[in-house]
Design a protein around this ligand. Structure first.
Ligand SMILES: NC(=O)c1ccc[n+]([C@@H]2O[C@H](COP(=O)([O-])OP(=O)(O)OC[C@H]3O[C@@H](n4cnc5c(N)ncnc54)[C@H](O)[C@@H]3O)[C@@H](O)[C@H]2O)c1
Length: 341
């Protein structure tokens, strides 16, 4: 049975990925420090199963990580571990830079010490945000990074460190640049859950600036399938972009979520009072766009969930999963973050 080590497996994508893997014949070890936004173990479908192990651990010491790696001896490593909220990174840049850069570097260094590292497939999860904003067209994997926030700079830095380790220590860490994800288990302060909770409470949803920031939106279950397809590949590459190649402005997303919730009678708001423009995020990138041709050519994977049905499913999930929500909302303070003046 293949053994998969997942770091940051208690966050939004990691939790979904572990739930996705629970249907496969694999062994899983999840290492996560459990931060504010993490989903507790009791909510995982796989929690009580024999093929799943969880270690609560802050990835601070490369030698401890090396001991874990040596003992578990995985076939795959998938590194999701990072602080990931852009607004929080503006409020607390030092913490983000230290945590994100050191967490991944410790893991890379531990991995570099493994004698059998060439037999282990290591995927480091990155983001489209590292490329920065692009007015027209899309970024290819060979484009250089131009990040705008402390978060994206910390992610870009770890990607470059991974590439330097590949050259220096022969580690062959592959970077997967994912676009914006949405779906179950996403912490309420992210954009789509924020919309859902405001509408549920009959409050106008906040829209940063003029709302004309374009993003690709990928349902997290498509991300999980995409990563799984890539794990099965035997192809050479350094970075791989994974996106939908369909871009929507924030105001379009807000309107779709509002209309879906209105049609389900989940909000009393009307067309005249459902949005409130608020001060823009400093350094807010205008348009993210990934060229995902390499991913499509290599895997032949086609995204399964279109945006409207994915958003509809996501709204239903947040309404149906009251226990998760109750627990998570205790940690969420509905405070605007990321404004420094
Ligand atoms: N969510 C998105 O839209 C998106 C898009 C592209 C890329 N990514 C990247 O994918 C990864 C996962 O994203 P997410 O949205 O699930 O993030 P998340 O913030 O929901 O989860 C990250 C998890 O990593 C853990 N973690 C952080 N630092 C750690 C440390 N030092 N030791 C152990 N665990 C630690 C946290 O406790 C948390 O459970 C991140 O690296 C993020 O940059 C996310």
């Amino acid at each position: 049975m293949k053994k998969i080590l997942i770091t940051g497996g208690s966050g939004f994508i990691g939790t979904n990925f572990i739930n996705f893997l629970s249907k496969k014949k694999v062994q899983i070890l999840n290492i996560d420090k459990l931060s504010l936004i993490s989903t507790k173990e009791k909510f995982k479908k796989i929690y009580f199963k024999k093929n799943y192990t969880f270690i609560k651990y802050d990835l601070k010491d490369p030698y401890n990580i090396y001991s874990i790696l040596k003992k578990y001896n995985p076939h795959f490593i998938i590194n999701f571990a990072a602080e990931s909220h852009v607004d929080r990174s503006i409020t607390d840049p030092i913490y983000f830079i230290k945590n994100n850069i050191m967490t991944s570097t410790n893991l890379f260094y531990a991995f570099s010490m493994m004698n059998n590292k060439n037999k282990i497939k290591f995927f480091h999860i990155s983001t489209d945000e590292v490329y920065g904003s692009i007015k027209k067209g899309s970024f290819k994997e060979k484009n250089s990074y131009n990040p705008s926030s402390p978060y994206s700079a910390s992610k870009g830095s770890t990607d470059l460190i991974a590439e330097s380790f590949n050259k220096t220590y022969n580690t062959n860490i592959k970077i997967l640049n994912l676009t914006n994800n949405y779906g179950p288990y996403q912490f309420p302060e992210k954009f789509i859950p924020t919309l859902i909770f405001h509408f549920l409470k009959n409050k106008a949803a906040p829209l940063y600036g003029n709302g004309k920031n374009f993003r690709e939106w990928m349902h997290v279950s498509d991300s999980c399938e995409a990563i799984w397809e890539i794990m099965k590949l035997n192809k050479k590459f350094d970075r791989m972009n994974i996106g939908t190649e369909k871009r929507y402005s924030n105001i379009e997303i807000l309107k779709i979520v509002f209309n879906l919730m209105k049609s389900k009678n989940l909000t009393k708001l009307s067309n005249s009072n459902y949005l409130k423009k608020v001060k823009d995020r400093p350094g807010h990138d205008l348009r993210y766009a990934l060229n995902s041709k390499l991913f499509k050519n290599y895997t032949k994977y086609k995204m399964k969930i279109n945006l409207v049905s994915g958003l509809n499913q996501t709204i239903n999930w947040y309404i149906e999963n009251k226990n998760w929500l109750k627990e998570t909302r205790k940690k969420y303070h509905y405070k605007r973050l990321g404004l420094y003046d």
